[in-house]
Design a protein around this ligand. Structure first.
Ligand code: NAP
Length: 395
């Protein structure tokens, strides 16, 4: 039996009991949080009768030093071959050819959905009064929108050329000398993201999925996202999904809601329990993900994944936090919980649950790294001590 994941005829994962997962440890605090997370994930797998080992692959600053490239082809090939991988935070090398390594990985592997489950773990300090009401999963489109990398500096020939085209052909005005960017959003990109979210919400028996957009202002891009999402639900999910306006009081079908993004920011604070899953374009998703992470304690505790068809890269949602790099101070919980999310994705549910329960157990006893300790008004433990505390509490 190979230790590589295969796909069944429905595109589902066939996972061997002895699995090797590639890991890009990352820059900044990456090595600190990985040292804390690795033994926990291995032990959780082992205690549920599986074997998990990790294959470190170069990416980021360390890859530049070792092989002269921040994102070697071999790393991308290894991610593809193994199908499920893990990564720490990556800084974008100043002066490098890539805008962002994270964006490059998502694009190269066509990881079109950034998925962030946001659920409060009892004991974690939170800036809101009732964090237990927060239980949402965000599906953010990863490949389009203003993050497509289509922008040009003020005064450049490209920007001036576009301004001239808009003036002469489209009879519209852009102030001369402006920097210019494009916001592409397609029916294909929008529908595949909404389909993934619908499938997940139906499988997990969530009461609703909400499409979050700014279609009131950006009629054809963000408005397109809403229209295509609704069309998909009505055409391909008839009988299983119902628009909010047509839902009955005792509705058992999945309710498709839609909210304008600025209102959604308010709703997540005022009525979080009315939302179970959210799907949205790239920029809205970037902002809303961190806003929701704050409600459950901050970036240090928020897990995430980038999903494509048959491929997944799980990652700590925060960046390299350079001010804490190499100091054994960062919170490893985001990476540990991303690892638990990965275990659940593999179908290793017992292992995933045991990791989450062990993190919650540490929080419940007030074991916090500095980010949570200062919110809770308690003394902080180191990154490695938090890792040991979670390992000790693993069932
Ligand atoms: P960041 O690295 O996420 O750090 C922002 C702040 O969040 C930190 O200063 C710290 O807050 C807190 N924080 C983040 N991770 C933490 C942890 N594990 N434990 C405790 N506190 C944590 O964001 P940034 O400073 O904007 O970005 C730095 C670099 O990371 C950039 O090169 C950026 O491109 C990259 N980045 C990478 C990813 C990724 O790999 N997915 C994501 C975002 C950014 P306090 O200062 O309040 O303590």
């Amino acid at each position: 039996m190979t230790n590589l994941i295969a796909l069944n005829e429905h595109g589902g994962l066939v996972v061997p009991d002895q699995l090797v997962v590639p890991v890009a440890v990352g820059d900044g605090v990456g090595p600190d949080i990985w040292r804390a997370a690795e033994p926990i994930l291995k032990a959780a797998a082992e205690r549920s009768g599986k074997s998990l080992s990790f294959l470190e692959v170069p990416a980021g600053e360390e890859a530049v030093r070792r092989v002269g490239s921040p994102l070697p082809d071999e790393t991308l090939e290894t991610f593809k071959r193994h199908r499920v991988s893990l990564k720490g935070p990556l800084g974008t090398p100043v002066g490098g050819g890539l805008r962002s390594l994270n964006v490059a990985i998502r694009r190269e592997l066509d990881l079109y959905a950034c998925v962030r489950p946001v659920k409060w773990l009892p004991g974690a300090p939170s800036p809101v009064k009732r964090p237990e009401l927060v239980d949402m999963v965000i599906f953010r489109e990863n490949t389009e929108d203003v993050y497509a990398g289509l922008e040009w500096p003020a005064g450049s020939p490209q920007a001036e050329g576009l301004i001239g085209y808009v003036r002469d052909e489209l009879k519209a005005k852009i102030r001369p000398g402006s920097a210019v960017g494009l916001k592409p959003m397609s029916e294909f990109g929008s529908k595949r993201l909404v389909r993934l979210a619908l499938e997940w919400a139906l499988r997990e028996k969530r009461a609703s999925l909400t499409l979050v957009h700014k279609g009131n202002i950006m009629k054809f891009t963000e408005g397109g996202f809403l229209a295509w999402g609704r069309q998909l639900a009505q055409e391909d999910y008839a009988g299983r999904v119902v628009l909010e306006a047509e839902a009955r009081p005792d509705e058992t079908r999945l309710i498709l809601k839609d909210r304008i993004a600025d209102n959604m920011f308010m709703q997540t604070l005022t009525r979080p329990d009315e939302y179970g899953a959210l799907a949205m374009p790239n920029l809205n998703g970037d902002y809303l993900s961190d806003c929701l992470a704050a409600q459950i304690g901050g970036l240090g505790v928020a897990p995430g994944a980038n999903l494509g068809d048959g491929l997944a890269v799980f990652e700590a949602t925060h960046g390299t936090a350079p001010k804490y790099a190499g100091q054994d101070k960062a919170n490893p919980a985001s990476l540990i919980l991303s690892g638990a999310f990965m275990l659940a994705h593999l179908g290793w549910t017992a292992a995933a649950e045991s990791v989450r329960a062990a993190v919650a157990g540490a929080f419940a006893e007030g074991v916090f790294t500095l980010d949570l300790a200062r919110q809770a008004g308690r003394p902080a433990v180191s990154c490695s001590a938090f890792g040991r505390a979670v390992l000790e509490r693993l069932a």
